[in-house]
Design a protein. Structure first.
Ligand code: SAH
Length: 362
């Protein structure tokens, strides 16, 4: 919008922010909206394709719609478009960390990673987070707000377009707790797996959670077989409570019970994440206790050497401690991998690019 021809720019921007986001609507909702506007049923397919297949950034790109319809749509709806504010590119493996600015000025981080088996994007589900995990930078300033389904989709679409490459996997492991923004996240998963749009398979999506049992059970009933990753980080409640405030609310037993239910309902093997913090949760005894806790579950353990956060004094475990920890798990026939570090040279912990940006603002 041209600012010179818009003397009441502030007011217009306000209005723009309050419009419903067209990209967040399901196909059925979009069809209803168009029907209410007096449009023929086939229009829904056309508009959906512009939004999710061709990924239009502006209504003016939707050239096979009449100008009148485009104007009507623009008058009633907003189209989420993220603005890249910064990017860090790894010289080692091409990993890219993007800082995107949202329409209301909030910023979020998203990461692009290239593997042999395809391209993976790690997206944020909230601006900030209110879960308070001690070693995580995303939570240091608390929660700013939930992201809309359209804002999650745009991270995926935008990075794919910027790279000119296909996205094959999505991981919900950026800032935010996905299950604390449940409805929008489920909507996002339905949209990104819709065959009329990007059409990813639910199996190529991983949702990582700090462990909210009620929401895990709900998710099991959505008919969306995404991979569930549970952030464990400790083998007992006492240690877990030190690292993750959410563990004061839910015991490991409750959380694991919900995970077992998820596995029963979806047939998807659970992935347990365990960030190794030097001298805090990385001894052989703790590995033994973890093995006992997981027992004979059909699962996978992902060991993540902790990324030190400036504001906290946690350090990563030594190489040998990490290997020992993995060996103990394997002794008990638990499938374990050490997370391959992508973009080691730009690997400020999650949320630190955003924090750096926020700190430079008044
Ligand atoms: N809220 C979700 C997603 C968080 S990010 C969750 O709790 O799972 C994904 C993973 O990275 C989580 O397991 C999280 O605990 C972990 N993580 C966050 N900060 C980290 C850090 N500085 N070093 C290592 N792992 C970290």
């Amino acid at each position: 919008m041209d600012s010179l021809s818009q003397p009441f720019r502030g007011m217009n921007e306000e209005r723009e922010l309050h419009k419903a986001d067209l990209r967040s609507l399901s196909f059925e909702e979009l069809s209803e909206e168009l029907a209410l506007m007096g449009e023929k049923p086939f229009r829904a397919k056309q508009v959906f394709s512009w939004l999710h297949e061709k990924q239009a950034a502006d209504f003016s790109e939707m050239t096979d719609l009449s100008k009148a319809l485009r104007e009507k749509l623009a008058g009633r709806f907003a189209l989420t478009a993220l603005e890249p504010a910064d990017v860090l590119v790894s010289k080692l493996d091409g990993t890219r960390k993007y800082l995107f600015r949202l329409a209301d000025g909030n910023v979020i981080e998203s990461v692009w990673m290239e593997y042999r088996h395809g391209n993976s994007v790690c997206i944020s589900t909230q601006a900030g987070c209110r879960m308070g995990c001690r070693f995580c930078a995303s939570t240091l300033d608390g929660l700013a707000r939930n992201l809309s389904p359209g804002e999650m989709l745009e991270q995926v679409y935008r990075m794919g377009r910027l790279m000119g490459k296909r996205v094959s996997n999505v991981v919900l492991m950026g800032s935010g707790e996905p299950l604390d923004n449940y409805d929008n996240v489920v909507r996002f998963i339905r949209l990104v797996t819709d065959g009329r749009g990007l059409g990813l398979s639910a199996r190529s999506i991983t949702l990582s959670t700090c462990g909210l049992p009620e929401e895990i059970r709900c998710l099991a009933g959505e008919g969306l077989p995404v991979t569930l990753a549970l952030s464990l980080h400790a083998p007992n409640d006492e240690k877990r409570r030190e690292l993750m405030p959410v563990a004061r609310k839910y015991s490991l037993e409750e959380v694991l019970c919900a995970c077992d239910y998820y596995f029963e309902q979806t047939g998807r093997r659970i992935s347990f994440e365990y960030s190794l913090v030097g001298g805090v949760n990385d001894t052989r005894e703790e590995a033994e206790a973890l093995a006992a806790l997981l027992g004979r579950r059909n699962c996978h353990v992902n060991l993540i050497p902790v990324n030190p956060v400036r504001e906290r004094n946690y350090v990563r475990s030594g190489r040998q401690a990490i290997l020992d920890f993995k060996n103990v798990l394997e002794k008990y026939e638990i499938n374990a991998t050490i997370r391959r570090e992508m973009g080691r040279d730009i690997s400020g912990a999650c949320g630190q690019l955003r924090r750096g940006y926020l700190e430079t603002r008044p």
